[in-house]
Design a protein around this ligand. Structure first.
Ligand code: GDP
Length: 458
């Protein structure tokens, strides 16, 4: 048990309806009782767990009333941290909240470090490491799919899967170790144990196959908008931004060459990059732009290639399309408002690529574009039932890949008649990497790194 009691403001800074000061630790109730006086009924420290009490925060030294609040005790182990927790709901002004926190600190609490509440939840066994990370993913989720993947991980779906794989490796290890007492040959260990190992490997591979989609959910889809000058690339970006009022963040471009914006499209958080151009040029500044554009295209999950229907397809459009072959491309015919229903040659130009006609100026065709984006993104992806866990963090992917290497080595060794004690070494290592995901074998520096990403108060 961690002895000291930590405190922090758990709500975001600024004005709000309420602001919450949270305390956790063995003295949480005693400290809160010094500064919180209930209006009526039993003394605060005698409150029932998980019950709100109305009262005032009073500075015991001056007798001054700081705020009228609702406070609640959540007794160990039935709390977020599995320790005694007190939450004080203040009025949401920055000053009231800050003064309540100050009083708590003056009367024996210590200011919590970033993520320390969640770290305690982990250390006390309330959450494993993958679940603790999911807390952060829930907070940061930028799309509804991202949120549901995070919630499923928070509920322990990924951890359960890892535990099942781990348990089967443990079973195989036990069989090998038992056989070592009698013989050097694993061949003697029943063939069904080798089958179990292969099955575990299948499960690891299945999980690894979800990474591509999980990465998209967590990091967002990278989309590069390319096309000749004046076809309406910036207009398209702006039209999408106007339509999707849920702009999540803005990353101002550092140069004039690329501008990046994040928005929700077809249910995915998308990072749209408006590129300068792909034109061969002698102008150095512009050629830097071309290099950046090429880089953006290379990194993109999807390319929107914009053409101008009012000028028709030009040789340069064809050249640009060649430049992006091999990528996921959607051809976007813009300025349809200028030509109406007239035949526009887009279908021939697009050939096997999906295409849409839009008017960035009038906001036409953008829903269709979002639908196409969704189709392209989801095509070729494993259809998920929502029950199966999915990998959303590079850390988990890396650990699973290392686990897979050791499983492959163990299986190959087994099939080549290598002695059991050598196979066991690989199986132990495979299990260690699984343990890194759930935190069973995670080292202190890894924990530091993970929890320092959190905000104070979480
Ligand atoms: P970019 O160089 O590809 O980023 O092109 P811009 O977005 O700057 O647009 C170039 C010009 O085309 C501007 O004058 C826009 O107003 C115009 N434009 C863009 N989209 C449309 C559209 O859908 N219809 C019409 N009529 N004009 C458009």
């Amino acid at each position: 048990m961690l002895a000291d009691t930590i405190a922090a403001v758990a709500t975001p800074p600024g004005e709000g309806g309420i602001g919450i000061v949270r305390l956790s630790g063995s003295d949480a109730v005693a400290i809160a009782s010094k500064i919180f006086k209930t209006r009526q009924g039993p003394h605060f420290s005698a409150s029932r767990s998980h019950t709100l009490r109305l009262g005032v925060i009073i500075d015991p030294e001056t007798g001054e009333t700081i705020d009228e609040v609702l406070a609640c005790i959540m007794r160990a182990p039935h709390s977020y941290t599995a320790e005694d927790v007190v939450e004080i709901n203040c009025h949401g002004g920055a000053l009231a909240v800050a003064r309540v926190l100050q009083l708590a600190l003056r009367h024996g609490a210590r200011l919590a470090e970033p993520g320390e509440f969640t770290r305690r939840a982990f250390l006390n066994g309330r959450l494993d490491l993958a679940q603790a990370e999911a807390v952060l993913d829930v907070i940061r989720a930028r799309s509804s799919q991202g949120l549901s993947a995070a919630i499923s991980q928070l509920e322990g779906k990924l951890s359960q899967k890892i535990t099942v794989i781990n348990d089967s490796l443990t079973g195989v290890l036990a069989a090998i170790e038992a056989s070592l007492d009698f013989t050097e040959e694993v061949g003697e260990v029943s063939a069904s144990e080798l089958e179990k190992l292969k099955h575990a490997r299948e499960e690891v591979l299945k999980l690894l196959a979800t990474w591509e989609e999980g990465r998209l959910l967590n990091e967002g889809l990278k989309i590069a908008i390319v096309g000749r000058p004046n076809v309406g690339k910036s207009s398209l970006l702006n039209a999408l931004l106007r339509q999707e009022r849920a702009i999540v963040s803005q990353i101002p471009g550092t140069t004039r060459d690329t501008i990046e914006e994040t928005l929700l499209l077809g249910g995915f958080a998308c990072r749209l990059i408006d590129t300068a151009g792909l034109r061969e040029t002698a102008d150095t500044l512009e050629s830097i732009g071309v290099a950046r554009t090429r880089q953006a295209v290379k990194e993109a999950d999807l390319v929107l290639m914009v053409v101008d229907l009012s000028t028709g397809i030009l040789a340069e459009d064809k050249r640009i399309l060649e430049e992006v072959t091999g990528k996921n491309v959607i051809i976007v015919g813009n300025k349809v408002d200028l030509i109406g229903e007239k035949e526009n040659g887009l279908k021939t130009f697009a050939a096997s690529y999906p295409w849409v006609t839009i008017s960035a100026r009038e906001g036409k065709g953008l829903d269709e574009l979002a639908r196409k984006i969704r189709e392209v993104v989801l095509s070729g992806k494993v259809a998920r039932t929502g029950e199966e866990p999915i990998l959303t963090r590079a850390r988990h992917r890396d650990a699973l890949e290392k686990c897979l290497e050791h499983l492959n080595a163990a299986i190959a060794a087994w099939e080549n008649g290598i002695p059991g004690d050598l196979i066991a070494v690989d199986l132990w290592a495979a299990r260690d990497f699984l343990g890194e995901i759930t935190g069973a074998t995670a080292r202190e520096d890894l924990l530091d790194r993970i929890f320092s990403d959190f905000c104070i108060g979480k």
